[in-house]
Ligand binder design. Structure first.
Ligand code: NAP
Length: 281
């Protein structure tokens, strides 16, 4: 939406539940830092109210919103336009209200993950070596799409339900190979990056059932989870000497292009922002 100077800009998060979200801390920090009048707020929206809530975005002259569980897929047919990467992923995590009031959807999760690995190791590139992604749900799809788009040559997708890994293989073609769950440890041979895109290791859930004995010494290990900040997988990888990256990097990096689209400034991830997030744990 056109940025009228000094107009108060509202953006927010549509989901169910939303109370746990750290996004208000991030966006409100940036609004204050760049002296932009506005606010990022949480909107608990149930599935049956999603369509009404979306219609309200333009009517209320909001800049846009993030979308989280359970609406990331169901929102797609309800908005006017979906960016090609989000279409390929099959999910939207960011909506921007355009100048004419129409709604355009994006998905910044995969690029956020890839950028978080680059932030941890600026020399890393998606084509450095084979990559193993564990999981084949919405987040894994976003990560695989971004890795493939950014030049990864070999992505091994391992998922408990093999058919979902095969879906990713047929969707993305040659860089992606579906590996059976039983062979998940074989999939660690020679890799440069391991990514956990399952919910295993999240607080209250069991650890990811994956032994790291075959993980190469120089491999980076990323986990999309950030509660806890160090999952059992990341702790085991760190003890073996791997560089580890938790899901806060994804969260922060997916927020940057959204903030830019809503408020006109590409914001920086600074140590004081990271401290503000850390203070929420
Ligand atoms: P999802 O669509 O529900 O997918 C869940 C995945 O976990 C599936 O691949 C599922 O395998 C796998 N899984 C579940 N239980 C398992 C078990 N017992 N053993 C092995 N695999 C199991 O969820 P999602 O939206 O992709 O999210 C996945 C993770 O990414 C979550 O932890 C989420 O919090 C995180 N995430 C983080 C951010 C961030 O900002 N950092 C953003 C998005 C997502 P099956 O197919 O076999 O069920």
């Amino acid at each position: 939406m056109a940025l009228t100077p000094h107009a108060f800009g509202i953006a927010g998060l549509l989901g169910w539940p939303v109370a746990h979200s750290r996004s208000p801390v991030i966006h409100n920090h940036w609004l204050a830092r760049y002296s932009i009048p506005g606010r990022y707020v949480l909107f608990p929206v149930s599935a049956e109210k999603l369509s009404d809530a979306l219609r309200g975005l333009a009517a209320l002259r909001m800049r846009g919103c993030n979308v989280t569980t359970p609406h990331k897929q169901t929102v797609m047919p309800l908005i006017d336009d979906v960016d090609p990467l989000a279409k390929q992923i099959g999910a939207v995590n960011t909506i921007v209200v355009q100048d004419d009031g129409t709604l355009r959807g994006f998905n910044n999760d995969g690029n956020g993950f890839v950028q978080s690995i680059r932030d941890a190791d600026p020399a890393w590139r998606p084509d450095r070596g084979p990559i193993t992604v564990v999981g084949a749900g919405g987040a894994a799809r976003a990560v695989v799409a971004s890795l493939a788009m950014q030049g990864a040559r070999e992505i091994r997708v391992v998922n408990r339900t093999h058919a979902r890994a095969e879906e990713l293989q047929s969707l993305f073609g040659p860089p992606v190979t579906a590996v059976r769950w039983e062979a998940r440890e074989d999939a660690l041979d020679g890799i440069a990056l391991l990514a956990n895109a399952t919910d295993q290791g999240m607080s209250g859930k069991p650890a990811l059932d994956l032994a790291l004995d075959r993980l190469p010494a120089g491999a980076i290990v990323g986990d999309l989870i950030y509660t806890p900040r160090e999952t059992p997988l990341l702790a085991a990888a760190r003890k073996r000497g791997s560089l580890t990256v938790n899901g806060l990097g994804l969260l922060l990096n997916q927020a940057r292009p959204a903030f830019e689209a809503w408020f006109g400034v590409l914001p920086e991830i600074t140590p004081d922002l990271v401290r503000a997030i850390e203070a929420t744990f």
